[in-house]
Design a protein around this ligand. Structure first.
Ligand code: SF4
Length: 434
């Protein structure tokens, strides 16, 4: 399916293909999106490549941050669905993207989340007249098939970059190669991807590895064999039904969840390649090993921009804004943590005061409170955000930071820019902007 809703025939008369993104609908959608996520300060910083500085506090933004093309498209289609399918029941498979604020906005428009129990959606009550939105990270083959049988309208927002991974994994499947996915077995995107790795008739397999330690464990097994039961128990929930490490690791193809860390994914590929060469001989490698870099461009650009910022800018601390279950955002936080004090926050409310911040600790998988996080005097704060984070959350974060220094951020913007974006004229023009 393209951008639009289309029939998912099951022998029933097909529904007409509908173009959701007509100019009239998109005009209304753009107005609403603008209204929900408008961010003059962030746009100013982004477009001018400058930074803000006042009362000792300097704020710098990464060159690339926030919404990616896939997320923008998914949000536009969800907003368009609410307009085109007014009067229908509109459901969403899980979350449209991994950002709680955006999901709340979608819910406020009357789009309901389908009930889910232990990862299984309740599709039984759906009718042909209902609309189901498939999120940006896609959905499992069996879910898509069931929706097809029901004959409801589907609005598929699956990102093209996710579909590229599926294509690669289907190639592996068709070649009888086991797909090794570098990703999180519990993440919706990876669940959808692995469902493409197995055929209905069985006989094709996948294994998901998340860490380099897990990679080494599998590579050791490839070289020397080992305790099969221990292997299966270690990777429980991360392999296909009937997977046997003694039989199904003789031909492997590596792909990855689109939002992983680029360098880690490359390392996973290297280690598997080496293990297969050790086991089968370098001269036979092409019969036993395949690989594809399926990190998406948007993830790559955000990681590169942060890497550049960490290398070039002198910063006291980094704020990473985004949903805690967002994979690409969590990797940005990891990159920051390796270099300087980094706080992963989902919105500006987490900046409780200049003395106290509530932030997500990925290792403990919970929010924790840190004290004295914002040094007094001159301080430089770097900010970035994951691909699912709207600019207004960054904007609010910047406002909050300057509140701690008694500064109204909007007044830091140049007068001509304030006029263009419709902000009230500045009274105090003494604060510096750069
Ligand atoms: S992060 Fe990448 S794969 Fe995910 S929606 Fe954005 S562009 Fe697509």
């Amino acid at each position: 399916m393209s951008d639009d809703s289309q029939p998912q025939g099951n022998g029933l008369p097909p529904k007409k293909r509908m173009n959701l993104r007509t100019p009239e609908v998109m005009k209304l959608v753009q107005e609403q999106v603008e209204d929900h996520y408008r961010s003059p300060v962030v746009e100013y910083l982004h477009h001018t490549k400058k930074y803000l500085s006042a009362n000792g506090l300097t704020v710098k933004l990464a060159k690339v941050f926030g919404f990616c093309y896939g997320v923008e498209r998914a949000i536009n289609l969800a907003y368009a669905s609410a307009k085109v399918f007014a009067g229908h029941n509109i459901y969403l498979l899980g979350e449209i993207i991994h950002n709680p604020e955006v999901n709340d906005q979608i819910r406020d428009m009357g789009i309901k989340q389908l009930k889910e129990t232990r990862g299984v959606y309740d599709l039984d009550g759906l009718t042909e007249e209902d609309v189901v939105i498939v999120p940006a990270f896609g959905a499992e083959v069996k879910v898509l098939q069931r929706l097809k049988e029901i004959g409801c309208y589907q609005v598929d927002t699956t990102c093209g970059d996710v579909m590229s991974v599926w294509k690669r994994v289907r190639q592996y499947r068709n070649q009888g190669t086991t797909s090794i996915i570098h990703g999180k077995a519990w993440h919706e995107e990876t669940k959808a991807t692995v469902s493409q790795a197995i055929s209905e008739s069985g006989g094709t397999h996948y294994l998901v590895v998340f860490t380099l330690d897990e990679t080494d464990y599998v590579c050791d097994y490839i070289r020397k064999g080992g305790d099969k039961n221990a292997f299966l128990s270690k990777f429980e929930g991360a392999y296909s039904p009937g997977f046997d490490p003694d039989q199904h690791l003789v031909s492997v193809g590596v792909a990855n969840q689109t939002t992983m860390m680029k360098n880690e994914t490359e390392e996973v590929q290297r280690r598997f390649e080496k293990a297969m060469a050790d086991r089968f001989g370098p001269e036979n490698l092409d019969k036993h090993f395949r690989k594809a870099d399926t990190i998406c461009g948007a993830t790559q650009e955000r990681q590169d921009a942060l890497s550049e910022m960490l290398g070039v800018e002198k910063m006291n601390l980094l704020l990473v804004v985004g949903g805690y279950n967002s994979s690409n955002t969590s990797h940005l936080a990891e990159m920051g943590e390796a270099m300087l004090p980094t706080y992963f926050i989902k919105n500006s409310e987490k900046l409780i005061s200049a003395k106290e911040i509530s932030h997500y600790d990925q290792h403990r998988q919970q929010e924790v409170i840190s004290h004295d996080w914002l040094p007094e005097g001159n301080v430089v704060v770097g900010i970035t955000a994951g691909a699912s984070c709207p600019n207004n959350l960054l904007e609010e974060t910047i406002h909050r930071l300057y509140e701690f220094r008694g500064v109204n951020v909007e007044k830091l913007l140049p007068a001509d820019y304030r006029e263009i974006v419709g902000l009230a004229p500045a009274i105090d023009t003494s604060a510096a902007h750069h």
